[in-house]
Design a protein around this ligand. Structure first.
Ligand SMILES: [Zn+2]
Ligand SMILES: [Zn+2]
Length: 170
């Protein structure tokens, strides 16, 4: 799907999704309900681990012209209110997700940057029980698993097979 098609499709989803649920979410968090806030919230719910740039694209497809700064400000406010979680794996730009409060981890592809959620190893948040907390009151543990995603693994083994058949390395 092209980027434009993706934005159009998302915008259509957003118009259906920006209903009472997101308004309630904002109100419960003590935030004023505004169209940019609803649109940003819906964009992140629809696209977990989205970058700021892609969120801006989705929001613009929904609302028309919205400044970068407005979207940054909304992302900041929603993150500060605990409605969104901001993650920033090494070498990646910041990404946002709506799955909050469960201290889940992420697996990141070294080649294409794909990101997926990984639950805590056992139970709800065992990583928060550090082997030695040094007296700190710990509220977050950040674990990033690094590797290659299935697509990149498949691509590399295909390339290898071709080069072996062709008798030369590519
Ligand atoms: Zn990959
Ligand atoms: Zn996640």
């Amino acid at each position: 799907m092209s980027r434009l098609d993706w934005f159009k499709k998302t915008a259509k989803t957003l118009r259906v999704a920006t209903g009472a649920g997101y308004e309630r979410t904002l109100r419960v968090a003590g935030l004023r309900v505004t169209r940019p806030r609803l649109a940003v919230l819906a964009a992140v719910y629809a696209h977990p681990h989205a970058t700021t740039e892609s969120i801006i694209g989705v929001v613009r497809a929904d609302l028309g012209e919205v400044s970068h700064q407005a979207v940054y400000d909304v992302l900041h406010a929603l993150t500060a209110a605990g409605l969104l979680r901001r993650i920033e794996p090494a070498g990646s730009v910041a990404r946002y997700e709506s799955r909050i409060g469960d201290n889940h981890h992420h697996v990141v592809c070294r080649e294409c940057g794909a990101i997926a959620d990984v639950d805590c190893a056992v139970g709800s948040a065992p990583c928060l029980s550090a082997s030695d907390d040094h007296g700190f009151l710990i509220d977050e543990a950040e674990v990033v698993y690094w590797g290659r995603c299935p697509d990149c693994v498949a691509e590399r083994s295909t390339a290898k097979g071709n080069s072996e058949r062709g008798g030369r390395r590519v």
